[in-house]
Unconditional design. Structure first.
Length: 202
């Protein structure tokens, strides 16, 4: 039995010519497949991105600098950006970088906090529209990951609040604005959804 090539997603080569690596540096998007995402013609477009600034993958690992090549591509194609992350300092650095190319607002905070979600919604409403929402905020929970039999319930609840409840709650609140412009919701998940990791039951 041949060893699984973990550098590529398990989909047909002719539909995805990029590389899905473990990190941003080890990955390559297939721009020919997805095209060059551009906003609706003449629209004062807005993209809300919830950035994972504390996960294993880029953008940003464990509170480090948030790398923005994909967001830069969107900015260069005319999208206005509203970005969110837990850590204020790297988020502000990312905002400054993106602001060289497009109007960019950053709002640091925890997406599991209803008050912070309300702040995000308020910012979107000041823009007057929302063309796309990218739910990419997450938490891994305790490290090392405990087995479910030993998982502290409060820690487990925290994981569910950030990874499941918060993006759903935010999406529900923003659906009226998204529906007005036939907007898009993108939910970013983990490769743990397709490959088993021991003790990743949370």
């Amino acid at each position: 039995m041949s060893e699984l090539d973990r550098s590529r997603l398990p989909i047909r080569r002719e539909t995805f010519a990029g590389v899905a690596g473990r990190t941003l540096d080890g990955s390559q998007p297939d721009w020919d497949l997805i095209g060059h995402p551009t906003p609706p013609e003449g629209a004062p477009n807005v993209l809300l991105v919830l950035i994972d600034d504390a996960g294993f993958g880029n953008p940003s690992t464990f509170g480090g600098a948030i790398q923005t090549p994909n967001y830069t591509r969107l900015a260069e194609n005319g999208w206005r950006l509203l970005i969110d992350a837990r850590e204020a300092q790297p988020l502000e650095a990312a905002r400054r970088e993106l602001a060289n190319r497009t109007e960019t607002i950053s709002i640091p905070g925890d997406v599991s906090d209803p008050a912070h979600r309300s702040e995000l919604v308020g910012a979107v409403r000041r823009f007057g529209r929302l063309d796309a929402l990218i739910n990419n905020a997450s938490t891994l929970g305790p490290s090392p990951r405990p087995n479910l039999a030993d998982y502290d319930i409060e820690d487990y609840r925290r994981v569910l609040e950030v990874n499941v409840v918060a993006p759903l709650a935010l999406t529900q609140t923003l659906l009226p604005l998204l529906r007005k412009v036939s907007g898009t919701v993108i939910n970013v998940t983990s490769d743990a959804g397709r490959e088993q990791y021991e003790a990743w039951g949370g």
